[in-house]
Design a protein around this ligand. Structure first.
Ligand SMILES: CC(C)(COP(=O)(O)OP(=O)(O)OC[C@H]1O[C@@H](n2cnc3c(N)ncnc32)[C@H](O)[C@@H]1OP(=O)(O)O)[C@@H](O)C(=O)NCCC(=O)NCCS
Length: 161
């Protein structure tokens, strides 16, 4: 597949089943690396949280000859100190048989385009430490580590409006 045969477009409700299928493979891959997260994302969650009045994330899919080869989910972020809108990439996966053909790069380029269009100046994401493949891919794109920042979290009980 030449790069010109890769078409990146916004993900819609009709992509739910395929994105859930790809996410399942991603989950298996992360588990094989030792990720013991209680994975809960599926097609129902994609439709519930990705659409409606207040979507929690947006998405892109990359098609090769009409087949969805990979997807990327994203949501806005903001850096107060630098007064900069950012785009956070929450998920990126390319099906094994489509890898090494520029699909991942095309999806990251698509995320940069979404970011730029919302006035943002930076795309960021987290990488599971043992996921060497992803580290190599991102370094190849020219991304840098935020060595002076540590990601933290505090559990909260959801109380939907
Ligand atoms: C990481 C991933 C998205 C890359 O997708 P891909 O479609 O194979 O990547 P591309 O073909 O667009 O590669 C883009 C560049 O990265 C390089 N690259 C891709 N995989 C690489 C690897 N494992 N090691 C080194 N370089 C790599 C390619 O050589 C290419 O460089 P070039 O454009 O200079 O030729 C894909 O391997 C994947 O889905 N992995 C499993 C899920 C995952 O880890 N996602 C990221 C979670 S944070």
């Amino acid at each position: 597949v030449s790069p010109s045969a890769i078409a990146v477009r916004a993900a819609g409700p009709a992509d739910a089943a395929r994105i859930a299928e790809l996410h399942d493979r991603f989950k298996d891959y992360l588990r094989s690396l030792g990720d013991d997260t209680d994975f809960k994302f599926d097609a129902r969650v994609y439709l519930r949280d990705g659409f409606g009045e207040h979507p929690a994330f947006g998405g892109l899919v990359a098609e090769c000859d009409g087949v969805v080869a990979g997807y990327l989910l994203h949501h806005p972020a903001y850096d107060v100190d630098r007064a900069m809108r950012q785009l956070f990439v929450a998920d990126l996966f390319v099906e094994e048989r489509f890898r090494g053909r520029g699909v991942g790069r095309a999806l990251m380029d698509g995320a940069a385009e979404v970011c730029s269009r919302m006035g943002g100046g930076e795309v960021l994401w987290t990488v599971f430490a043992p996921n060497r493949l992803a580290h190599d891919f991102y370094r190849g794109l020219g991304a840098e580590y935020l060595a002076d920042l540590q990601l933290m979290r505090l559990a909260v009980r959801p109380r939907p409006a």
